[in-house]
Ligand binder design. Structure first.
Ligand code: SAH
Length: 221
């Protein structure tokens, strides 16, 4: 639904509908994840002219050939990390800052790494305007190598598709810790949940997905 004049939209009602029909109906049950999705104003992270579609069941353009993920995928990725509220989280691929804002509501602190300075500035502005910047820090860097200054992390969430799970991310994950990442080719990937526990790694496939490519030293060159 593109309503054009987005200032006449009841965003809270749109958001509540999105949570019921796209998130809860598809099996996301973590009450904290549902609450975060019901509170973070996605419309503030979606640029005009896409704003009227903020709660559509699809990814949307955020400029620079990048996209903000479909709301359900954000919720699925957040839920599988099993966050309780005290964790240090790394997000790779901050984009608009929306996903980082959701993670910020679920964890203690978030370091959100973005390789494109223009999008990092957009994310910072979006997070500040929506009052979400207090525990979310945006850093311009190649997150395919993780972000060593704040490592290790209880959880890592990668929002761009990698050819394989970058070794530095596994190294910067605490034990126990969880990492969610789309792995595959440039067009189709499996969303993987990697768990580190007692020195062992285990991997589970959550869903088939389509993400934009991860660039950088451990991504697609
Ligand atoms: N999570 C974002 C959407 C992610 S789109 C949101 O909520 O809006 C994927 C993002 O990953 C893009 O912004 C892209 O520039 C970024 N990206 C790609 N490769 C990267 C890398 N190596 N390090 C950090 N960011 C990267």
């Amino acid at each position: 639904m593109n309503l054009g004049k987005s200032n006449s939209v009841d965003w809270a009602a749109e958001r509540a509908r999105m949570v019921e029909h796209q998130i809860r109906a598809r099996g996301i049950h973590d009450a904290r994840v549902l609450a975060a999705m019901a509170q973070v104003p996605r419309e503030e992270f979606v640029p005009e002219p896409q704003r009227g579609d903020s709660y559509a069941d699809e990814p949307l353009s955020i400029g620079c050939d990048q996209t903000i993920s479909q709301p359900y995928i954000v919720a699925l990725m957040a839920e599988c990390l099993g966050l309780k509220g005290h964790e240090t989280v790394l997000e790779v691929g901050c984009g608009s800052g929306y996903h980082a804002a959701v993670l910020g509501m679920l964890a203690g602190s978030v370091v959100a790494v973005e390789i494109l300075p223009e999008l990092a500035a957009l994310a910072e502005a979006n997070l500040a305007r929506t009052g979400r910047a207090s525990n979310v820090r945006v850093v311009v860097a190649d997150g395919s190598a993780g972000y060593l200054p704040s490592a290790p992390y209880d959880a890592i969430s990668v929002a761009a598709a990698a050819p394989s799970t970058p070794e530095p991310l596994l190294e910067q994950l605490k034990d126990p810790g969880r990492l969610v990442i789309p792995v595959g080719d440039r067009f189709e990937q499996d969303l993987l949940l990697v768990r580190k526990s007692a020195g062992q790694m285990s991997t589970r496939t959550l869903s088939g997905v389509r993400f934009v490519p991860l660039r950088g030293g451990h991504g697609w060159r």
